[in-house]
Design a protein around this ligand. Structure first.
Ligand code: PMP
Length: 404
């Protein structure tokens, strides 16, 4: 019984999600694109904690920002202002072109913030009757796991047994702008959409989709809110995935990588005409905008601007997809993605995705099955060519062996 197995058993006894079986590994340390388990084995991180660890593990500048701020001041709550928050707000607004930013913690919290703002905007500004505002979202969406948010999921797995859910959500097919046009009613407050569906299986919408949605939303007086929790901050080969289509949404949701892989930092960004529907006391969070998170997020924004990691993501993402497509053995039925958010679709009769992830783990590649039949490859954006190529060699060899 190795220390890893013993720790997995100990976790099973007391963990609130004890019957959830993640991959059979216990990580102990991370540096750059590498992870080490408790037995000292090294793995290439091809998951980046669901795209949150964009600058790699233990980035020295992010650690320094965290440590310096932790020693000075970590938390004040929103009862007071702190000296980091205004800097973060200013930077977020300047970088992404909005008048207001509201930092919270996790992705789901930023989505909830956006939904509340949209509904109140519909009521106060658009003139929709109280408690009638409707949100349109997409089939296959993933925006988090609060009861309101799983209530708008199309996935039985996320919903079953957790109802009743708040009403006022309508689902349309992802990638179909005509469906959006048809679904809008006078009560529609917002269309909430992922720029690329991540948890839904790395689904890239058709070219022109977001731009058409933006045009429809503008014409029909509906807010376009883009959830870039996973796709934002360089992951897809641009600073924001919206930029691929020249779209500037009415509301932008950021999370994951904004906290540098060190702590949860998320934000909802919008202009005053939307955000100012919040009155004091309408919305809040003990930890939202805390100086520790703000200091790390500021360093993340500095790193983004200085190192432009989306350029690496664009170049290596193309390379990764080309090599996976060229070398794909029979178990792979599709390769898709944008930048370093890549998925391969597996033929479940040859290899199911969960088994694929376990086989890769045994060969030192850490990734995860997504949406039943998809394996995700989303390494830190700072990965270099030779490390990625060596990883692709192992991935292709593992898949080829499994296809025999
Ligand atoms: N939105 C998107 C697009 C996501 O991918 C995720 C997480 N996978 C979330 C929201 C929720 O983020 P969190 O887990 O931080 O609540």
């Amino acid at each position: 019984l190795g220390p890893g197995t013993a720790l997995l058993r100990a976790k099973e006894q007391h963990f609130g999600a004890h019957n959830y079986a993640p991959l059979p590994v216990v990580f102990h340390r991370g540096n750059g694109v590498w992870l080490w388990d408790v037995e000292g084995r090294r793995y290439l991180d091809m998951m980046s904690a669901y795209s949150a660890v964009s600058f790699g593990h233990a980035h020295p500048r992010l650690l320094r920002a965290l440590n310096d701020q932790a020693q000075r001041l970590a938390l004040t709550s929103r009862a007071y202002s702190n000296d980091r928050l205004p800097l973060l707000l200013e930077r977020l607004c300047a970088l992404f072109g909005f008048e207001r930013a509201l930092p919270v913690n996790t992705g789901l919290e930023a989505v909830e913030t956006a939904l509340k703002a949209a509904r109140k905007w519909a009521y106060k500004v658009k003139g929709v009757a109280a408690d009638r505002a409707e949100i349109i979202a997409c089939q296959g969406n993933f925006h988090g796991r609060s009861t309101a948010i799983v209530g708008m999921s199309s996935e039985a797995q996320y919903r079953d047994g957790f109802g009743p859910f708040p009403p006022g959500f309508k689902l349309i097919p992802y990638g179909d702008a005509d469906a959006l046009e048809a679904a809008i009613t006078p009560d529609t407050a917002a269309f909430l959409v992922e720029a690329v569906q991540g948890e839904g299986g790395i689904i890239v919408p058709p070219d022109g989709y977001l731009a058409r949605c933006a045009e429809i939303c503008r014409r029909r007086d509906v807010l376009l809110i883009v959830d870039e929790v996973q796709t934002g901050l360089g992951r897809t080969g641009r600073l924001l995935a919206c930029e691929h289509e020249g779209v500037h949404p009415d509301g932008l949701i950021l999370g994951k990588a904004l906290g540098g892989g060190l702590l949860p930092v998320s934000a909802f960004l919008a202009d005053a005409r939307v955000m100012d529907v919040f009155h004091p006391g309408d919305h809040g969070s003990t930890f939202g905008g805390n100086p520790l998170g703000a200091a790390v997020a500021l360093e993340v924004l500095d790193l983004l601007e200085e190192t432009r990691p989306w350029e690496n993501a664009a170049r290596l993402g193309e390379h990764l997809m080309r090599r996976l497509a060229d070398g794909a053995p029979s178990c792979v039925t599709a390769v898709r993605g944008r930048g370093l958010l890549v998925g391969i679709e597996l033929d479940p009769r040859i290899l199911d995705a969960a088994t694929g992830a376990e086989l890769l783990l045994a060969r030192g590649i850490a990734t995860k099955d997504t949406h039943h039949t998809v394996l995700r490859f989303a390494p830190p954006l700072v990965i270099d060519d030779s490390v990625l190529d060596a990883g692709i060699d192992v991935i292709l060899d593992t898949l080829a062996t499994a296809s025999r």
